[in-house]
Write a protein that binds this ligand. Structure first.
Ligand code: AMP
Ligand code: MG
Length: 354
């Protein structure tokens, strides 16, 4: 079994839902004015925002030169837009959608980006025994329609859609970077991993522009590089799980890490008095029911994002055991049952909380 290399995280992670905001300022360890040497840089904080992948992407970065900062942020957003065009299942002409239209056919050469996302998706699908399911597209489509029409999916159509789902039906040929979707009608859905991957890539673009002190947030997914000048970590406010619109109740401290939150707090539909999440249980084809909020810390957004989605589906005890096996991952799972709230924390969680 392959595990990704993870660094120890110097962070405190607390219960979370989506609305996470970076709040931190600082000045590099320069001497005070009268004795400051002339070459010491003046760090400034810059913030940028742009809509991609159905979410607002925010960049917060520290730089000593505005032109460098602007150019880096522009290039990072361009990279996210490029990935959206590859991964989206909302754009008919995205590479992922075109691959789906060729399902049942011969292996197809794909871009390096699509291949990497598929590799990571299959790795997490395997680790989570299929709770993370990147081929869930046909079923997710039915649930999207159900949300619009406020009607449960037609059972026959749901059964047919479920027959097109299975991560083992995806064959990767890494030598020739080709992909085969072995059943006609298959459809990829990277909704549970794409934003984390894109945030990782955006951070890399900033690094290539010489910007290391940066944070990228994309809805419930946050990736951070080096901390703000003079600080040990990014301080990330976390909304209370039962009320994502309320101000942060607790704070995380992260550097060179990623944190993602998944759950039913924002996206769900109520049909016949029951509440169904936008996250679908691949084993039943049904939107998850009940209140649940999962926060995962990992060394990269591609992993925190996909694991947070998977842990919503999995038995919580099994999910935290898996987090323990993944060297520096940590997870907190909050499940609401009636008036009670139950918490599961992976064993490393307490190391991160301070
Ligand atoms: P997230 O908000 O990151 O948890 O991702 C939720 C999105 O991932 C949904 O809107 C679907 O597009 C997709 N999705 C839903 N259920 C699953 C699942 N079990 N495995 C993988 N992706 C899923
Ligand atoms: Mg996710």
């Amino acid at each position: 079994m392959k595990f990704w290399p993870m660094r120890a995280l110097h962070s405190a992670i607390l219960a979370a839902t989506v609305a996470a905001t970076a709040v931190s300022t600082g000045v590099e360890a320069c001497l005070p004015r009268p004795v400051r040497w002339s070459g010491c840089p003046e760090w400034k904080r810059y913030e940028y925002e742009s809509g991609h992948m159905g979410a607002q992407f925010h960049i917060v970065l520290y730089a000593t030169d505005q032109r460098q900062a602007d150019a880096a942020a522009k290039a990072a957003f361009a990279r996210v837009a490029e990935l959206d065009q590859i991964l989206s299942d909302y754009k008919d002409d995205s590479e992922a959608m075109r691959l789906g239209r060729g399902s049942g056919g011969e292996p197809t050469p794909v871009s390096d980006d699509l291949f990497r996302v598929l590799e990571a998706s299959l790795e997490i699908a395997r680790l989570t025994d299929g709770a993370f399911e990147p081929t869930l597209g046909p079923v997710v489509q039915l649930w999207r329609r159900a949300r619009r029409q406020k009607e449960l999916p037609d059972p026959d159509r749901l059964t047919a859609a479920r027959g097109l789902v299975g991560w083992r039906l995806v064959h990767l040929d890494s030598q020739r970077r080709r992909v085969q979707l072995t059943k006609p009608g298959m459809r990829l859905d990277f909704g549970g991993i794409g934003k984390g991957f894109a945030a990782d890539e955006a951070l890399n673009v900033l690094k290539n522009h010489g910007i290391r002190r940066a944070l990228i947030s994309a809805g419930g997914d946050i990736v951070v590089g080096a901390p703000p000048p003079g600080q040990a970590a990014w301080k990330i406010g976390v909304a209370p799980h039962e009320a994502p619109d309320r101000p942060p109740a607790r704070f995380l401290h992260l550097a060179h890490a990623a944190v993602s939150t998944s759950g039913d707090a924002e996206q769900f539909v109520e049909i016949g008095g029951k509440r169904y999440s936008h996250i679908v249980d691949p084993f039943t084809g049904l939107g998850l029911q009940g209140r649940r909020s999962v926060t995962v810390v990992a060394d990269r957004g591609v992993y925190s994002d996909s694991l947070a989605t998977a842990f919503c589906v999995m038995d919580p005890a099994k999910a935290v055991r898996l987090a323990d096996r993944l060297e520096s991952a940590a997870a907190l799972i909050i499940i609401g049952e009636g008036d009670t709230v139950r918490l599961w924390a992976s064993s490393r969680w307490k190391d991160h909380e301070r």
